[in-house]
Design a protein around this ligand. Structure first.
Ligand SMILES: C[S@@+](CC[C@H](N)C(=O)[O-])C[C@H]1O[C@@H](n2cnc3c(N)ncnc32)[C@H](O)[C@@H]1O
Length: 307
């Protein structure tokens, strides 16, 4: 059964809502141990697959704080609704200056409700921080942003997260990927979705070729199964790091075309071939897949890693 995405209350660059079904398919049975995500981002993958036990890490303290507060009931449907109605009203009355007031306040003294407000009313619904770690996305120019239906949608997303967390044994931790992966044992499963090298770079998303190599080395040495998300190619470029890092050893590369709806102009215009790299194979079970609308990932023969 393909997992249906549980849409989280926050959005981020490279969010994998559209790949959740494929990741679930490829992962197969959930692990006896923990589902580990060293780059949890919006959390959409874990929230949709709903493993019983999970370790979800990210260097972005604002994301982790938000989920920790939902988990601890410090932030719930009631407080989110109250906040969004009050501050949505101010945005409507004062206009975009109010967005910048909240942004300034958040950058002086970060808190989860302002973070949610900014993430859901900024341009393109992205999450970007400047070199000093300050949120710097401009306003989306819709003073009516927090209309009642939109507030209800966000409140329901928070409720859905709270519901999953109430029946799960999950830990959210601010950690670098190396610390997160050092926790992996033989019964765990790792889903790694790092920033794409050379794209979307900001305070929390600086990602170099060396990081990619370090990640590949760490993943290759894991005692458990893993899936690594990366990009394979678009019309203009091919990810040379796939061949460089993954052509030796028993790894598998699956690809699928995917359109991004947020991000740089190049990605908006052109499909990106996504890659999922694993240290385990995958048998096609076509009967299960019949009638499914989404394209499935296709395994790339080794010789065609680089097209
Ligand atoms: C592509 S996003 C993950 C998207 C996520 N899978 C989703 O569907 O929403 C990458 C995430 O990695 C985090 N990150 C960047 N560098 C990191 C590092 N060195 N260690 C851990 N997390 C990092 C970023 O803050 C960002 O949230």
């Amino acid at each position: 059964m393909r997992a249906t995405p549980l849409v989280p209350p926050i959005k981020c660059q490279g969010i994998k809502t559209k790949l959740v079904g494929d990741i679930a398919d490829l992962a197969g049975e959930l692990p006896n141990g923990r589902w580990i995500e060293p780059f949890c981002g919006s959390g959409v993958v874990a929230l949709s697959l709903q493993p019983k036990r999970a370790l979800l890490c990210d260097t972005n303290v604002h994301i982790i704080r938000l989920y920790q507060e939902i988990q601890a009931h410090k932030l719930d449907a009631h407080s989110v609704r109250q906040y969004l109605v009050e501050h949505g009203d101010k945005l409507r009355t004062i206009g975009e200056d109010y967005f910048y007031e909240v942004r300034e306040r958040f950058n002086q003294s970060p808190n989860s409700l302002d973070f949610l407000f900014l993430n859901r009313s900024c341009f393109n619904g992205v999450m970007r921080f400047n070199r000093s770690g300050k949120f710097n996305v401009p306003f989306c120019r819709k003073p009516e942003r927090f209309a009642p239906a939109y507030v209800t949608k966000i409140v329901n997303q928070v409720l859905a997260v709270a519901k999953v967390l109430s029946v799960s044994d999950w830990e959210f931790r601010v950690a670098d990927f190396k610390q997160a992966l050092a926790c992996a044992g033989a019964d765990d499963f790792v889903y790694a979705d790092p920033p794409y090298a050379g794209r979307h770079t900001d305070y929390f998303n600086g990602w170099s070729e060396q990081d990619e190599i370090d990640l590949a080395d760490t993943l290759a040495g894991l005692p458990c199964r893993f899936i690594l998300s990366t990009w394979h190619s678009n019309q203009f470029r091919t990810n040379q790091l796939i061949e460089q890092n993954w052509s030796a050893g028993d790894f598998h590369v699956f690809t699928k075309a995917h359109y991004y709806h947020v991000g740089a102009a190049e990605e908006l215009r052109h499909p990106m071939l996504e890659a999922l790299i694993t240290n385990f194979g995958h048998e096609r079970t076509d009967a299960v897949r019949e009638g499914q609308q989404q394209f499935l990932f296709v395994e790339q023969p080794r010789a065609q890693y680089i097209s």
